[in-house]
Design a protein around this ligand. Structure first.
Ligand code: FAD
Length: 594
């Protein structure tokens, strides 16, 4: 029999039994260092050990902190299964013992899909996939070539393992230490943009990582046995549709992804184009506008610090089988020296919160630092980073543990490629006008930088098998009633965590997105980041607007000509059938995906 699952975050009284117990325990509590584990049975635990826990699966008390350090929950039971079968055992244990399971990769997610800020972690078990679910097989002889990775294998590990076989991704998310299952759950992407100048190689996709999946294995409820079991889904099976991007409403143990050739790319960084040129009005935009650059090069990324007119950082990636004479060859990723030690990053963040009027100056310094980074030191070849050449992942992976910890509001706008310049011009106007007005009133709720990437949408023809099913919940899913919307612009609006006034700023920004692009695009949230703001909400306002969470954004997967067996409601009900007792969920997901 299943025990009732209670979540103490929902308690309206504020002081639940568990909060009280942990508060009392906290008086004598150890403060766990990041990553520190207090194993069950060590005699050091400060919270009650979960009952009847399966023998042989390492169980420990740990603090869960996400990368941005925006969410931190002390004293959470966490475990490290050795095999996919262990995950099944854990799911069945959770069902009978009143615990919900939260898969845990490298904790780079921003959205509260693992635990929410303020959660006590009571009756949740985090399932760490990175310790042992790390098997990786490269299937070079397959048609197409593919890689089969267990949940906890990182994107970087896949890239490195595939490279000797001449296989690789076209593009990757910025950090390499994210897990493949965490990436697929949340629909990650890089900057893979279709350009007429570049032919797509078989095995690659201009879509997100979800569009590379050939099959995956998940922990699925079996109604006839009344228990969970592993089940493998093929990409041609419509039942895989909701699992390709499931926003963490499932537990995936393994995935097979098609791979393409390991292209050699030239990554050219430019810091010489001023912002009004990059963001120019489309009527007068020239060859250095963002729209022109994506048309020419395809994969393009723009980083911009608001309040800085003169400098952005534009990266273009070009396929280059042989090394251009101006480029420096790189054989490993993370070639930009963006290292701010964590304690220093914390100090910067606190300073910006305390003295918000220093934001423009901070941004000028950040932009100047970027300029400096792009200026090689004479005689030191390693400092030449503006023009890199090597295997794709060596220039697409660049976020490191010591990259400044920021939070991110993020939306994708699905539109026609001819409207890219218009879209970013209007965004630039809105942002600069808004920030100028706020600054004039002495308010600095936004720090930056802004990151904009063009991307293709999920084309089934990129998948090298017949009848490939679309990822139903991917932000880059094509819209049947807007067949001219052929690309997606991802806007990541990075900010200092808890910057004063951010909730109101973000709420207005999101309203602007939804209104402004409604005439020529569809706005969707980037699931892993921040969206659905209210001006009074916690977290800088994110994830608190129930209208957006339950109507507006679901509607973008429901109301656009999708068939009744592949729309939002169908996806949710399929996910429910895979987990009818809602073991793989949490209060945030209960709102978003009821
Ligand atoms: C600095 C920074 C830069 C980033 N840049 C990019 C980028 O360029 N492009 C992009 O798309 N994203 C980017 N991200 C977001 C990141 O790629 C995603 O958040 C990704 O999901 C993180 O993977 P993870 O292993 O850290 O997952 P976690 O954060 O550990 O988990 C994310 C979600 O996936 C779920 N999950 C994890 N494993 C499984 C599993 N086995 N089965 C089911 N669900 C699972 C978790 O429960 C959680 O809800 C960035 C994040 C940071 C912090």
């Amino acid at each position: 029999m299943r025990k009732e699952i209670k979540d103490s975050t929902d308690a309206s009284t504020g002081l639940t039994r568990r909060t009280f117990i942990s508060g009392v325990a906290g008086a004598a509590a150890l403060t766990l260092m990041p990553g520190e584990r207090l194993y069950a049975g060590s005699g050091k635990n400060t919270i009650p050990v979960p009952p009847n826990f399966p023998a042989g699966i390492p169980l420990y008390q740990q603090t869960y902190t996400n990368w941005a350090q925006e969410i931190s929950v002390a004293d959470v039971w966490t475990c490290s299964p050795a095999t996919p079968a262990d995950v099944v055992t854990l799911a069945n244990w959770g069902y009978t013992n009143g615990f919900r399971l939260r898969p845990l990769g490298s904790a780079h997610g921003f959205a509260p899909t693992i635990l929410q800020r303020g959660s006590t972690g009571a009756n949740f078990l985090l399932v760490n996939t990175m310790d042992s679910l790390t098997a990786l097989t490269i299937n070079t002889g397959g048609s197409p070539a593919s890689v089969t990775a267990q949940a906890g294998v990182t994107v970087q590990q896949i890239c490195e393992a595939c490279e000797p076989y001449g296989l690789g991704f076209l593009h990757t998310p910025a950090p390499g230490d994210v897990t493949i299952a965490g990436s697929l759950a949340m629909n990650v992407h890089g900057a893979a943009f279709p350009s007429s100048n570049v032919a797509l190689q078989p095995g690659h996709s201009y879509g997100t990582f979800s569009n590379l999946v050939l099959s995956l294995t998940a922990v699925i409820w079996n109604a006839s046995t009344g228990s969970f079991a592993l089940k493998t889904f093929q990409r041609s099976d419509s039942a895989i549709g909701p699992l390709l991007t499931h926003v963490s409403r499932a537990f995936v143990t393994e995935a097979t992804l098609q791979m393409g050739p390991n292209l050699k790319l030239r990554c050219h960084s430019r810091v010489d184009i001023d912002m009004p040129t990059l963001f120019a009005n489309p009527a007068v935009a020239g060859s250095n506008s963002f729209g022109a650059l994506v048309n020419q090069y395809g994969s393009t990324e723009l980083l911009w610090y608001p309040f800085v007119q003169t400098t952005g950082w534009v990266k273009t990636w070009e396929v280059a089988p042989t090394k251009p004479s101006t480029s420096r060859e790189v054989t490993t990723p993370y070639n930009y020296p963006e290292t701010v030690p964590l304690d220093q990053a914390d100090q910067i963040a606190a300073y910006l919160r305390t003295y918000p009027s220093t934001v423009p100056q901070f941004n000028q310094q950040s932009a100047a630092a970027t300029q400096q980074m792009m200026t090689p030191v004479a005689g030191d070849e390693d400092t030449q980073v503006y023009d890199l050449w090597g295997s794709a992942y060596c220039s697409t992976l660049y976020v490191q543990p010591e990259t400044l910890r920021l939070t991110t509001a993020a939306w994708g706008v699905v539109l026609n490629h001819s409207n890219i310049q218009r879209a970013i011009y209007e965004f630039y106007l809105y942002l600069t006008n808004t920030l100028t007005a706020l600054g004039g009133a002495g308010m600095y709720p936004y720090v930056g930088p802004v990151d904009i990437r063009g991307h293709g949408i999920e084309s089934s023809s990129d998948v090298l098998i017949s009848n490939a099913v679309q990822p139903y919940l991917s932000g880059a899913r094509p819209l049947p009633d807007h067949s001219s919307y052929d690309v997606i612009l991802w806007f990541a609006v990075n900010n200092n965590v808890d910057q004063p006034g951010a909730a109101s700023f973000n709420t207005n920004l999101e309203s602007w997105f939804l209104l402004n692009y409604s005439t020529y695009g569809i706005v969707r949230p980037e699931w892993t980041k921040t969206y659905a703001y209210t001006a009074t909400g916690a977290y800088g306002g994110g994830w608190t607007n129930t209208t957006l969470l339950t109507k507006t954004y679901p509607g973008t997967f429901h109301n656009h000509g999708y068939s009744s067996n592949s729309n939002w409601n169908a996806a949710l009900s399929t996910l429910d059938s895979y987990d009818p007792h809602r073991i793989f969920t949490n209060p945030f997901l209960d709102t978003l995906m009821p």
